[in-house]
Design a binder for this molecule. Structure first.
Ligand SMILES: Cc1ncc(COP(=O)(O)O)c(C=O)c1O
Length: 441
């Protein structure tokens, strides 16, 4: 560790605490980690303290930190044309839209670019409302869709309640066998009962009033809730029965996270609108968007779409999308996520769960895994907030950055993670959970 590095860490921390207002937090008690550099799955501070990034920051750095091809593409575009308005045609913007539509199902030929995931959902909702002439949007209680007007009210978790100023939002329960709302005892039962519940909600709300059903293909922050067999196809069938637009939110689960390009590719379903952000360019430049199926795109051939953004299709973001998607294809990064999830992460976490009674369930796919922590395996009582805070601090002290949500640790490393890195993180997890003092569970 260098003296200069230690000084820079101290200055970064002081400036942050003095001037930076942080998301979703009471500000007084914050104690942010200083990070200054990274490469692949590792990040470090100025003094050279290293961490394994098993959160991929906000579950977005799918190709790992500082991929040289992508940083070079951004630098190259910055040297050529740093910014340009949304109304002009720009080569990188067109190439980015082409790359994305090439990965989407047939008939998805248009992309509306936004600045991130929330405004992708915001605009998808607007498209669905204008396309159907209906108003309501149905989404699940266990969901996060972003921090803007309609997206935050479509969100199911606690972040919705202080922000409920948008209208027309109705919530329902999706499948979650470990904590079933439907008294189910099998994945098949959970799927069938959750579908029946959704159809009853549609009927009781009035099908002619419902514009869209908005779902994360695999709910992420809400618990990495891999959908049971038949669920997403069943939602598609309900949407079709009542003329409702199906929006699948792929912001967190898309672009390799599940070991597939789109998470829904594994579930026998094709939506009407796909929203994306995060993994599309691994967050190297802020960007998101909506991939639009042909019937909805046609609605706006002769009719104005009343929406837009100064930075829609920003050239730095577009160049980073092109480079990131090309790198992912050329280097087999999505295939690595699939293989390592199936053959290394799943088995490694299951072995920890066999020995550590605090783990109630391990679930996931690709590089998208939840470890559900419980005070008691029988009652499934969630582990306390104090215990979770202690676990987080202990993991960070052992050099592993986890993503924590409620009583869960989400293991979501970059898609380029290696077998050795998984074993390193799993060993730290085992140590931390085994050493957790009895009195704070
Ligand atoms: C599923 C999902 N949708 C939307 C968003 C919002 O994306 P952003 O923070 O880029 O606005 C997130 C962010 O975590 C997300 O996980």
């Amino acid at each position: 560790m260098t003296a200069v590095g230690i000084d820079l860490d101290a200055r970064a921390y002081e400036l942050d605490r003095a001037h930076v207002f942080h998301s979703w937090s009471a500000q007084a008690a914050l104690n942010p980690l200083v990070l200054a550099g990274g490469r692949g799955c590792r990040v470090w501070d100025h003094a050279g303290r290293e961490y394994l990034d098993f959160a991929s920051q906000m579950v977005n750095v799918n190709i790992g930190h500082q991929h040289p091809v992508v940083t070079a593409a951004i630098a190259d575009q910055a040297a050529r044309l740093t910014t340009i308005g949304p109304a002009v045609a720009n080569l990188q913007r067109g190439e980015a839209a082409q790359r994305i539509t090439a990965l989407a199902p047939e008939g998805f030929d248009k992309v509306f670019f936004t600045n991130g995931g929330a405004d992708a959902n915001e605009n998808a909702i607007r498209m669905a409302r204008l396309h159907t002439g209906r108003d309501k949007v149905l989404s699940t209680y266990r969901s996060y869709h972003g921090n803007t007007g309609a997206a935050v009210v479509a969100t199911g978790d606690w972040r919705r309640m202080p922000n409920e100023y948008a209208r027309g939002h109705v919530h329902f329960f999706g499948p979650y066998l470990y904590r079933s709302e439907f008294w189910s005892s099998s994945a098949e039962e959970e799927s069938e009962r959750a579908l029946r519940h959704l159809e009853r909600v549609v009927q009781c709300e009035g099908p002619d009033t419902i514009a869209a059903i908005l779902l994360e293909s695999v709910p992420g922050t809400a618990g990495i809730l891999v959908p049971p067999p038949g669920y997403l196809a069943g939602v598609r069938a309900i949407a079709d029965r009542y003329g409702i637009v199906l929006i699948l939110d792929e912001v967190m689960c898309g672009f390799g996270r599940t070991g597939r390009w789109f998470a829904f590719d594994g579930y026998d379903v094709i939506p009407d609108l796909i929203t994306f952000a995060k993994g599309v360019n691994s967050g190297y430049v802020p960007v998101g968007g909506v991939v639009i199926s042909e019937p909805i795109a046609r609605t706006f051939d002769e009719r104005v779409f009343p929406g837009g953004l100064t930075y829609s299709g920003h050239p730095l973001a577009a160049a980073s999308i092109v480079a990131a998607l090309d790198v992912m294809a050329d280097e087999g990064i999505v295939a690595n996520a699939e293989r390592i999830g199936r053959t290394v992460i799943g088995p490694a976490l299951s072995r920890v769960a066999e020995d550590v009674p605090l783990i109630g369930e391990v679930r996931g796919e690709g590089v998208f895994w939840a470890i559900e922590l419980v005070a008691d395996r029988e009652t499934r009582q969630p582990l306390s907030a104090a215990a979770m805070a202690r676990i987080k601090a202990d993991l960070v002290a052992r050099g592993v950055l986890p993503f924590l949500a409620d009583n869960r640790i989400h293991f979501a490393p970059p898609c380029v993670v290696t077998e050795a890195e998984v074993h390193e993180a799993a060993a730290a997890l085992r140590e931390v959970l085994t050493a957790l003092p009895e009195e704070i569970r």
